[in-house]
Ligand binder design. Structure first.
Ligand SMILES: *Cc1c(COP(=O)(O)O)cnc(C)c1O
Length: 371
């Protein structure tokens, strides 16, 4: 009898998340100096962490022999103030990915369905499968979530529906009023998980609190991994109805968010200046990358998050070729988008380098075709 025979049904067949390769691995694999490798693969903040967060981390490292505040009180209070909700309407997690998994712990089981976009964040499907529920994938419209089609896909067995706006990996956002109407249109047995991982990059993020207050089942998810620049510390949060948050609290580990992460996230929330700077630079970088890629003759979707999507002939090959030159981007074969690359918007110099290398690759290809 081997381990697979002993494992729970389906465990051996679970798909796995494939993360972007760390900079150090790419450097050693291709014999490149570490400082020559730029990671434009995981939608991390190219400007690093907020300076206030770094300061807060330095201040708390002497306390890391102590368990963190299990209730994350200070952080939850600050988040509640920012979002305009009560403290008990907020829960923090080990990244928002943990909160997605906790939603599964609390609400999913075999026989239930989860509705999601066909090119939505892959973690929705992984968590659905983890709990033996069925993923119902709805085709997208122009790379955005087709809310009407998603509404039509809802049955008596549906327990959850996921929408990310802007969506990853496509970058397309849905209209705020349409999202609110969607939330209000859902039947009582369906929970709307609204993933706002990139909301801070929008000029005006949709606000679903009105639906929550009116008793519609909505949970909003946010993260410190993107604009706040704290991906390495794993902090995210959920806000929603008190009864929902109370259930999620029951299925988490006692100290799910670590001490350093709590301190850094709390300080990052206060660093409004850093956030504004990153949002502005991201807008400029999006223009730079989108225009540059179009000048190279590539079809490009700028979206509204911190990455752009572009159509190349063979995503995996371009990914490999760029990686060899010290630029890590994301091929999208895992999303069935084999001809696409997702490129995180970097600093101006990183974007320039990406465009220059893409130009070289494309002209090399063109010559080969002519020859
Ligand atoms: C990056 C991302 C997250 C954030 O995950 P964390 O676990 O908080 O790092 C969540 N949802 C989407 C759609 C993302 O792209």
């Amino acid at each position: 009898m081997n381990y697979a025979d002993l494992a729970n049904a389906g465990v051996s067949d679970l798909p796995m998340y494939v993360p972007g390769k760390p900079i150090a691995d790419v450097a050693s694999e291709y014999g490149l100096p570490v400082e020559h490798v730029a990671k434009l693969a995981s939608n991390e903040n190219p400007f690093g962490p907020s300076p206030l967060a770094m300061e807060a981390v330095r201040e708390c490292i002497g306390s890391m022999h102590l368990y963190p505040d299990g209730g994350a009180c200070a952080l939850r209070r600050a988040i509640a103030d920012l979002r305009g909700v009560g403290e008990d309407a907020v829960m923090v997690g080990n990244g928002s990915n943990e909160l997605i998994e906790l939603m599964g712990h609390a609400f999913l089981r075999p026989g239930l369905e989860v509705v999601m976009g066909a090119q939505a964040f892959i973690v929705y499907k992984l968590v659905t499968r983890l709990f033996g529920a069925t993923a119902v994938e709805v085709p997208m419209r122009d790379f955005g979530h087709d809310l009407e089609a998603m509404r039509r896909a809802i049955t008596d067995r549906t327990r959850m529906v996921f929408v990310a706006s802007p969506n990853n990996p496509t970058g397309i956002a849905n209209d705020g009023d349409a999202l609110l109407a969607f939330a209000k249109s859902l039947p009582e047995h369906v929970i709307f998980c609204f993933d706002e991982a990139y909301a801070e990059y929008l000029e005006a993020a949709p606000d679903l609190r009105e639906a929550i207050l009116a008793g519609h089942k909505v949970v909003c998810l946010r993260t410190f991994s993107k604009i706040y620049g704290l991906g390495g510390l794993r902090v995210g949060y959920a806000y929603g109805d008190l009864d929902l948050i109370a259930l999620l609290e029951r299925v988490r580990q006692p100290f799910n968010v670590n001490l350093i992460g709590q301190a850094a996230a709390l300080a990052a929330l206060e660093d409004v200046e850093f956030l504004e700077k990153c949002r502005g630079a991201n807008n400029q970088g999006r223009e730079q990358l989108s225009a540059g890629l179009r000048d190279l003759g590539l079809e490009t979707w700028g979206g509204q998050a911190n990455f752009v999507l572009t159509l190349v002939s063979d995503g995996a090959r371009y990914f490999e070729a760029l990686q060899k030159r010290g630029l890590i981007v994301r091929p999208l074969g895992g999303y069935g988008m084999h001809d696409f690359l997702r490129i995180t918007i970097g600093r101006q110099d990183e974007n320039e380098r990406l465009l220059a290398e893409m130009g070289l690759l494309l002209s090399g290809d063109a010559k080969r075709k002519v020859g």
